[in-house]
Design a protein around this ligand. Sequence first.
Ligand code: DHB
Ligand code: MG
Length: 217
Amino acid sequence: MSHTSTRVHAEHFQYLAERTSGDDTFLTELKAAAAQEGIPAIWVAPEQNSFLAILLRLIGAKEVVEVGTLAGYSAIGMARALPKDGRLRTIELSPKHAKFARDWVAKSDVSEVVQVLEGSGRELLPTFADNSVDAVFLDADKAGYPGYITEAMRFVRPGGLIMADNAFAFGQLFDENPTDPEVSAVKAFNDFIPTVKNLEAVIVPMGDGVWVGVKTE
Ligand code: DHB
Ligand code: MG
């Protein structure tokens, strides 16, 4: 068996999720409050939040950019992996979501680390300096991803991490008639990533599939 791959099923994901530390009280309350305000429950899986934090710790990340804040769940999760003088800038287009995230970041343990920037990735990413960021996490409009990656390949430093959520297209990757209008954008992005020069990346089958890559030079 040592040379074979185990065929992974839903039970395996449940099994590993049950063996992940998961959300603390604060993140549990954040999710409940977000649901109360009608913010869609499309945040990353708790084990994925943990995985992103582990990767950030491994590379000693200090400067992180997220595109797509939503409620601030992954921003807070990732910021907890940064040193006290680190910075995580998270970009959110929706004023309602940005305000919610700002309020919750302010009462969190990483209020000094997270900055919620209201605006679009298209406008804000070009303002970041070359090779100035250790890691980026894309979790926003899927049609924007190729453009965000092109910017990220400029502002992330060599050896830095490039991550993108939803490679499995909200579970509809293999659907013949997907209901979600962003599925085709995800598929195009998934086909685009292997063509990006100086990016070594794989899809990690966690949550809804997360691209994890390194900018090699
Ligand atoms: C959905 C899930 C996501 O993680 C996301 O970034 C956008 C949309 C969804 O399930 O619709
Ligand atoms: Mg997502």
